[in-house]
Design a protein around this ligand. Structure first.
Ligand code: SF4
Length: 65
């Protein structure tokens, strides 16, 4: 079952931590300075989305099974 990953763009400060932890899943778009989910399916295989959620300084990431 695919994970449901969300980034709250209102909260995101574009620090890039999620992209460092899960580059297959998150990408900080330069134009907006906000992180976006580029491949939610990659969470299942890389297992990093929970770590990104825990390490986001503003709790902008939500991970649901
Ligand atoms: S870790 Fe959080 S605040 Fe930083 S870029 Fe990712 S979603 Fe945005």
């Amino acid at each position: 079952m695919a994970m449901n990953i969300k980034v709250d763009e209102e909260k995101c400060i574009g620090c890039g931590r999620c992209e460092e932890i899960c580059p297959a899943v998150f990408h900080v778009r330069e134009a907006t300075g906000k992180s976006e989910v580029i491949d939610a399916e990659a969470c299942e295989f890389v297992g990093c989305c929970e770590a990104a959620e825990e390490n986001c300084p503003v709790e902008a990431i939500t991970v649901e099974e």
